[in-house]
Design a protein around this ligand. Structure first.
Ligand SMILES: Nc1ncnc2c1ncn2[C@@H]1O[C@H](COP(=O)(O)OP(=O)(O)OP(=O)(O)O)[C@@H](O)[C@H]1O
Ligand SMILES: [Mg+2]
Length: 351
């Protein structure tokens, strides 16, 4: 893994149980890779690992990632006795039917039933001994999962380390996730670790690894950094798309001869998915901002570029249409310069 020494150090420092660690960062920046690097550390060898994934669903399943994390537990059952309470998990964890006590009669009050499930989950987690439970992509978590996590971190099992990853920018505005650390008792170690984009130097090193070469020039590293904003996922895709072209660059010395091959399909798809979650105004502003040659102030993008669709869009495509329509005439000539493929992101993107 390139870089991340500081972030990895923070994770390893905090992970001694009981612990709560949140890993925040942009899409594809390397949150999961960082957590994997942490799990590979020899110091954590003795702990059981559980992983649950949140999925991008219109109506996510209640407790989905928690259930997913626990359903493999049967392969290495807990050594200690489980109380009758844990039998309440029979309906949600049929994979563990042999292991769980019989199901108690359900309670009439759904809130009481939910509380019972929460307590049963906590008891099961406690019975597992040393465990690192990783819940991925919590920006897509259902409400029950977030409520369960808030319940759990108030009084976590002594040998549990809980690690959650999320894209801060994609969190619903009302999400309780960022406040989770505020609810932990003093004896619980906790940290929110932000994963930043890679620096130019790190982009150069990752490019070397991806291109299986010993060095790339500072110029090429800078070029790839400009293209990818230092996001490893984007860099991997750009190198995949341009590998043969990059291989022709003499000794990795110059970026001059690289022509623009546009946006890699996986990056385009990822952007489409994220754009699909935006409202129509936000979509229009994003398209307009994508063709600005340089970062622009919020007033310009959100104010001056009044996001109203043109009655007759020019034939060049929606991005150009948005920019042409929304950029004040006096600014059009200087601002409307699509840098290295950016306008192509939206040429056939969501409308
Ligand atoms: N520091 C790094 N060094 C080398 N490769 C990396 C690094 N960080 C991430 N990668 C690679 O970049 C890709 C994207 O990383 P990863 O899946 O960890 O991102 P993520 O932040 O978890 O994305 P998402 O928000 O989609 O879950 C992976 O192939 C990963 O191996
Ligand atoms: Mg991830």
């Amino acid at each position: 893994m390139v870089g991340r020494e500081h972030e990895l150090g923070l994770l390893l420092e905090t992970i001694r149980s009981p612990a709560l660690i949140l890993v925040d960062g942009a899409a594809g920046v390397g949150k999961s890779a960082l957590v994997r690097a942490m799990l590979a550390d020899p110091a954590l060898r003795g702990a059981r690992r559980l992983t649950g994934q949140c999925h991008r669903l219109r109506e996510p399943f209640p407790l989905g990632p928690v259930i997913e994390a626990l359903c493999g537990v049967g392969a290495q059952p807990p050594g200690c006795h489980l109380s009758p309470l844990v039998g309440a998990l029979q309906p949600v964890l049929p994979e563990l039917a042999e292991l769980l006590p019989p199901q108690p009669a359900p309670l009439d009050d759904p809130r009481a039933q939910r509380h019972r499930i929460f307590r049963a989950l906590r008891e099961l987690l406690a019975a597992l001994g040393p465990v690192i439970c990783v819940l991925e992509d919590l920006h897509w978590a259902d409400e029950s999962t977030l409520e369960f996590l808030a319940f759990l971190v108030c009084d976590p099992p002594a040998e549990l380390s809980l690690v959650g990853t999320y894209r801060g920018a994609d969190l619903p505005p009302t999400s309780s996730l960022p406040a989770l650390c505020a609810g932990v008792p003093a004896h619980v170690r906790h940290a929110t670790v932000h994963v930043p984009a890679l620096s130019v130097d790190e982009v150069g090193r990752l490019s070397c690894a991806l291109l299986q070469t010993s060095a790339v020039t500072a110029e090429l590293a800078q070029h790839l950094h400009n293209q990818t904003a230092g996001i490893p996922f984007v860099l991997e895709e750009v190198v995949r798309l341009r590998r043969d072209q990059l291989a022709r660059v003499d000794g990795w010395r110059t970026a001059d001869e690289l022509d623009d091959r546009g946006v890699p399909p996986a990056v385009r798809q990822s952007l489409r998915e994220r754009m699909a979650c935006l409202g129509s105004d936000a979509c229009l502003v994003s398209r307009a901002a994508a063709v600005l040659a340089a970062p622009a102030a919020e007033e310009l993008v959100g104010g001056d570029l009044a996001p109203r669709p043109p009655a007759h869009p020019p034939a060049d495509g929606p991005a150009d249409a948005a920019a042409a329509h929304s950029t004040p005439a006096r600014r059009r000539r200087t601002r409307h310069r699509p840098p290295e493929g950016q306008s192509q992101l939206f040429e056939d993107g969501p409308r």
